[in-house]
Design a protein around this ligand. Structure first.
Ligand code: IPE
Ligand code: MG
Length: 214
């Protein structure tokens, strides 16, 4: 979800406003999730590298997360959305961890779709953790690593979308992206709507996936 800062800058608004509008884009997408044909939507909300940002921006992002959980948890439950967190979220502030754990527990029965949120997430760190866990069991195989990734209970990644014109993965789902289709768009995240998601899905539907075969 990239481009919140540029969205705000273009309008001479504070960055925090861009993040807030980004959260509103999330809300609309999550509401559209049950009818979208997607089983899982994974959002990169805060990377393990985002700690490098100024403290007040990090605080804004954490506060926004708390507000979102407060305002939208009922909606998630009502719409049958299961929440999942990937990344080292236990290292976040204790009150946010508690709020997240409660949201996980309250949405665990959701069957209309999974909203996975990457929080304090770095893909290289995830792979290293999974490899260490596999090694501790005895054999570092592809299957053993996959069993220990944060995404172990999710289906394979089909489509990876990056907004705001950047053409890179930035430590997101590197392992899982092995055979994912990619969709890059110049749309800034606060402007990204369910209709943009439909465009990406339409492109995805037209692609021939060979997984190295022919
Ligand atoms: C993405 O928007 C939001 C998060 C990283 C949480 P940015 O803040 O990276 O927006 P730009 O890249 O400055 O436009
Ligand atoms: Mg950015």
């Amino acid at each position: 979800m990239d481009g919140n800062g540029r969205w705000a800058k273009k309008r001479h608004l504070p960055r925090a406003m861009g993040h807030q509008r980004g959260a509103e884009a999330v809300r609309k997408l999550v509401r559209a999730l049950p009818g979208s044909g997607l089983d899982v939507l994974t959002l990169y909300a805060f990377s393990s590298e985002n700690w490098k940002r100024p403290e007040d921006e990090v605080d804004d992002l954490m506060a926004l997360m708390k507000r979102f959980l407060k305002s939208d948890l009922k909606d998630l439950i009502a719409n049958g959305i299961r929440l999942k967190i990937i990344g080292d979220y236990k290292a976040l502030s204790p009150d946010l961890v508690e709020q997240l754990d409660q949201a996980l527990a309250h949405t665990a029965q959701g069957r209309a779709g999974t909203l996975a949120v990457a929080l304090n997430y770095g893909s290289q760190q995830e792979i290293a953790r999974a490899a260490a866990a596999a090694a501790a069991e005895g054999a570092v195989t592809v299957e053993a690593i996959e069993r220990h990734l944060d995404t172990a209970d999710l289906p394979p990644l089909d489509l990876l979308i990056r907004t705001s014109g950047e053409i890179r993965l930035s430590n997101f789902l590197l392992w899982q992206a092995a055979y994912a289709e990619m969709w890059f768009t110049d749309v800034l995240w606060p402007d990204f709507t369910p209709a943009h998601l439909e465009d990406a899905l339409a492109s995805f539907a037209g692609r021939e996936r060979r997984y190295g075969g022919r």
